[in-house]
Write a protein that binds this ligand. Sequence first.
Ligand code: SAH
Length: 232
Amino acid sequence: MSFAASVLTLYPEMFPGALGLSLAGRALEAGTWSLDAIQIRDFAADKHRTVDDTPAGGGAGMVMRADVLARAIDHASPAGDVRPRLLMSPRGKPLTQARVRELAAGPGAVILCGRFEGVDQRVIDARGLEEVSIGDFILSGGEPAALVLLDAVVRLLPGVMGNAVSGEEESFENGLLEHPHYTRPQEFEGREIPEVLISGNHKKIAAWRREQSERLTQERRPDLLGAQPLRK
Ligand code: SAH
């Protein structure tokens, strides 16, 4: 059973975009996952195909209408569809590798991309949308965020990554940032590959990598050290 993504957007041309290339693109072609980009405007009811209106209470910008979005969501995700319904939103729970893993293990996702100031709260409540953020910054729309989320999910689908082991050693998978990498040439602008990595002593190499991971995490992301490791 392949992972089915339905993306609701005012810019369906943005999809599959970057996900049509490389690993994700090959997996899309192979049918490991599917992508349906749905034009929200098709669910507008008036002849101008209006999808937004001015904010109740005043203020700058426009708000996406609940009724139009509800029709689009109900079309993409009729009763009985068990896929989670996500709303890309800077107010959402920050996306984590743990949530990415859960999504990849599931049947797919329905992803709503906001634009303007955001979406009417009532559709979030009425359709049980899970708000997901990709970080503490503001994008002009949810589409790049949806591409980011799908990229992270698709690479975990069975058969997508050539070398399955590399996925398990990555940053965040064990609650730590990854150790530094090196490859040939042995010397680059006077800098050598650390001795231990060419020693052939696998135990020492593993210990060195672990040490580097812990040092980097302590320096850059001490917040991760307080958190429970995902696995192991
Ligand atoms: N007025 C809103 C920002 C709207 S940005 C606020 O202050 O919270 C327009 C749209 O871009 C949002 O509806 C959302 O879908 C998307 N977006 C912006 N930043 C995002 C982020 N960090 N993560 C996920 N989606 C984001």
